[in-house]
Write a protein that binds this ligand. Structure first.
Ligand code: NI
Length: 262
C-alpha cells in the first residue's frame, strides 16, 4: 500500500490493524558517469515497496532529498543541509504520530541519511524523555539496504572490493532493474567507465563511512568522475533483480519483527 495512492478512509482502516509505516529515504545526487541522479531514492523506494507488498504495509512518500553537499560539484545534485533533513524527519514523525502511527521504519538508500535520521529520532524521543509528551513513545528503526545480510553477501561475492563506496555496482544494478529501458543510456560514458576507478586508499571506507566527506571541490578533485572506488561497469540488470529480491526479503523479515514487537 502506498500512502500517496490511498484515501484517508483507507489509511484510517489500516491504522486499525497496523500502526507501522515504512519511510524510504534516498538522495538526489550524481552517481558516476552512467548512474541516474535519483539512484538512492529509486532503490530505497523499490525495496520498500516490494517488502511492503509482502507484508501489506503502508509506504510513505520517499524522502528523496538528503544531505549531499560533497556532491554539489557535479551537475544535478540537490543537497539538504543536515539541519533541514532533521527538521523534515521530525515533522514527518510528529504528523504521523498525531494520527496514531507508532512504528517508523526508515528504509535507507543514502549513507549521509544515517546520522541525520538517527539524530532526528533522538530529538523525537526526547519529547517523551523530557516530559513534554505523555504516553508511550513511538519507536523508530533505520536500516540501509546494503546492510541486510542477503544483498550484502551478493555484493561481496560479485564485486569484492570494487563495490567501493559510491556509484557502486550494486546500487546501479538495482537501478537498472527498477528503471529498465529508462536507465540512462550514454554509450560514451559507458566506454569511459570500462576502466576501473582508482582504488580507495587504505582505511578510506571506514573513516568516511556514512558519507562523511569533505566539501564539494575537494571531493570532486579526489573523485573526478564521481565514482568513489566503485567499478560501476560491473553492474548488470539481472544482478539488480536478484539484489532487489534479496533485500526485499530481508527487509520484510526485519519489518515484521519491528512492527510486531510491543
Ligand atoms: Ni547512492
Amino acid at each position: 500500500m502506498r500512502l500517496a495512492h490511498s484515501s484517508w478512509p483507507q489509511v484510517s482502516a489500516y491504522l486499525n490493524r497496523c500502526q507501522g509505516i515504512i519511510i524510504p529515504t534516498g538522495s538526489t545526487e550524481q552517481h558516476g558517469p552512467t548512474g541516474p541522479i535519483g539512484t538512492d531514492a529509486l532503490v530505497a523506494q523499490a525495496i520498500a515497496q516490494a517488502a511492503a507488498d509482502q507484508g501489506h504495509w503502508l509506504v510513505a512518500p520517499t524522502l528523496s532529498l538528503g544531505p549531499a553537499q560533497f556532491n554539489l560539484g557535479f551537475p544535478g545534485t540537490i543537497g539538504l543541509r543536515a539541519s533541514t533533513m532533521m527538521a523534515v524527519v521530525g515533522d514527518v514523525l510528529n504528523c504521523l504520530t498525531a494520527q496514531g502511527f507508532n512504528r517508523f521504519y526508515f528504509l535507507n538508500g543514502h549513507g549521509a541519511n544515517i546520522a541525520t535520521v538517527n539524530a532526528a529520532c533522538q530529538d523525537f524521543y526526547a519529547q517523551w524523555s523530557l516530559g513534554q509528551r505523555s504516553g508511550t513513545a513511538p519507536c523508530c528503526r533505520l536500516r540501509s539496504w546494503w546492510d541486510y545480510p542477503a544483498p550484502d553477501q551478493l555484493r561481496k561475492q560479485w564485486y569484492g572490493s570494487w563495490e567501493g563506496m559510491h556509484a557502486t555496482p550494486s546500487e546501479l544494478a538495482i537501478g537498472m532493474a527498477v528503471l529498465g529501458e529508462q536507465f540512462p543510456n550514454d554509450p560514451q560514458a559507458s566506454i569511459q567507465i570500462q576502466s576501473p576507478p582508482q582504488a580507495l586508499p587504505e582505511g578510506y571506507a571506514q573513516s568516511h563511512a556514512g558519507d562523511n566527506h569533505l566539501a564539494a571541490a575537494a571531493h570532486r578533485a579526489q573523485f573526478a568522475d564521481g565514482r568513489v572506488g566503485s567499478h560501476s561497469a560491473l553492474a548488470t540488470r539481472e544482478q539488480g533483480q536478484a539484489l532487489l529480491q534479496a533485500a526485499a526479503a530481508d527487509a520484510h523479515r526485519d519489518i515484521l519483527e519491528f512492527f510486531g514487537s510491543p
